[in-house]
Design a protein around this ligand. Sequence first.
Ligand SMILES: Cc1ncc(COP(=O)(O)O)c(C=O)c1O
Length: 406
Amino acid sequence: MSLETIADEVLDAIRARGTYRHMRVLEGSQGPRVRVDGRDVLLFAGSNYLDLAQHEAVVEASIRATRESGCASGGSRLISGNRAEHEALEAELAGFFGCEAGLAFNTGYMANVGVIPSLLGPGDLLVSDALGHASIVDGARLSRADVRVFPHNDLDALETLLAAETGPARRTLIAIDGLYSMDGDVAPIAEITSLARRYDCLVLLDDAHGTGTLGAGGRGSAEHAAVDTGEIDILMGTLGKALGSFGAFVVGSHKLRDLLVNTARSFIFSCALAPPQVAAARAALNLVIAEPERRLALQHNAAALRNRLGEHGISTAPSTTHIVPVVLGDNATTMAICEGLLDQGFYAQGIRHPSVPRGTARLRITPMATHTESEILGIADAIADQVAKYPAESIPALETSPGQHS
Ligand SMILES: Cc1ncc(COP(=O)(O)O)c(C=O)c1O
């Protein structure tokens, strides 16, 4: 069988399911106004939430690091790639989160697929939320631990599962996202850490989207939930989203760091983050600390977006944050609305299975701290225009009460 035959078979099946994907090409600057596939549009599809990726201080720090130390780390951390700047970033992240130690990973995906097999093996148990990120699923697969999934944010189901399943397991790790990346709701972290204590489990909190954006000090979902980071055994965050750089980190105890340095394969067998990325992340962390107004502006914009969509009778449930979904249900409708929005000058990505469960295709709208009020209202009104083109009963996000679409 030829490669062409294999590719055709697989891709035809994907096309038949309506989930064929292609990559859009962005050019120019990284702010809220971007060029996508040759068109100037407003970006509502990125994770550069605080608009730090092109902040002068972040850019300057990365340029300086490039001049002083070059474009590459030149090796894995355990050979020749461990630089003083990595250690400084990790110490600063640990200090920021009030933890003993930190360890950088090359991406959030690599952090999860590295951490989980470092902690669990055959005979152990990973307990995961049904909407947990793909990297938690893949980390669990690599670990060869048993996996049990509880319905999204369902504490009763989680407790029932822990009561039934933790006994025979050697170790149990509960892995959750702090802020769910496709729904925009947060995990009940206080309740989950308390269940973890009762059933003697470890907790891995993946806070890819909460880092820098949630909590009064930007420490993320745990701070937002008034949970001390000491309650979280392994806190993972990313440097490539609100922190405007690239990479990820884990913070926790000295012992955790030591364990990961010695066992996390995605850490050991990969080149270290490059100096400009590390320098950019350090500069961005300083801005997260020094400029809380960015976080407040992001939260304000997200609330304004959710409110305006609500005024149009369009539900953004269950979002309470800057990740704002409008569930449209059908793949083709979702992608048609995504294209219609691009024609109107707005880029909000349509998301389909396998990123979300089948039948829940959606627009995922991610405002930034630096969108203006008229831009926020503009995309909400444009979404209402697009949605009005389809029969109301076919759109799950339409609330029945307001009537505009009935
Ligand atoms: C919840 C969650 N965890 C992990 C990741 C992976 O992070 P990275 O993009 O740095 O690989 C993502 C990426 O979007 C995410 O949403």
